[in-house]
Design a protein around this ligand. Structure first.
Ligand code: V0V
Length: 136
């Protein structure tokens, strides 16, 4: 069901500070940036190397009641999620539900760049927040 790793998500308190850090320290640059009001995040996708592989997603809170704000309060900055590319997010979610895993949403929501997304609860996936991404 999983085609490849789509991105790894890192929670950061301030997106501009983080972008500066990744550029200056690691030479990594933004390929996409947006605010997702539904998720309450300001986010940026960074390419690694030639940009053909998985991306790094920096996630900063856009609102104090967002999932990222809560994560930062509890855990501090750091790895927040691991996202896999799937061909059909509804079919994959249904298959995982049938195996007893809790999906966070009944129907997919809007993710980066018009993708459709859902998540497996981290308590059902060995402590990892697993995101399913069906690209636009
Ligand atoms: C919480 N927990 C995590 C975790 N977040 N464990 C691993 N990784 C995480 N990111 C643990 C937490 O330490 C608690 O463990 C337990 O889960 C709490 O579960 P809960 O009370 O049911 O839930 P909350 O309120 O802590 O929220 C966690 C969830 C929330 C995962 C439900 O963050 C959520 O709805 N996430 C999905 C949306 C999201 O993450 N959006 C931001 C990215 P103990 O203490 O009980 O052991 S947006 C995005 O990725 C986009 C737009 C995109 O890629 O396109």
């Amino acid at each position: 069901e999983f085609l490849r790793i789509d991105h790894v998500g890192v929670a950061v308190p301030d997106l501009d500070d983080a972008l500066r850090f990744y550029a200056e320290m690691f030479g990594m640059h933004v390929v996409h940036e947006e605010t997702n009001e539904d998720q309450g995040v300001r986010e940026a996708m960074l390419a690694v190397g030639d940009g053909t592989g998985p991306r790094l997603q920096l996630l900063a809170p856009a609102r104090p009641d967002s999932a990222i704000a809560k994560f930062l309060d509890r855990s501090g900055p750091g790895l927040q999620q691991l996202a896999y590319t799937v061909a059909d997010v509804e079919a994959t979610a249904a298959a995982l539900r049938a195996r007893g895993l809790r999906l966070l949403y009944d129907t997919p929501r809007r993710g980066t760049a018009g993708s459709r997304i859902n998540f497996v609860h981290p308590k059902d996936a060995g402590g990892v927040l697993v995101e399913l991404v069906e690209p636009a």
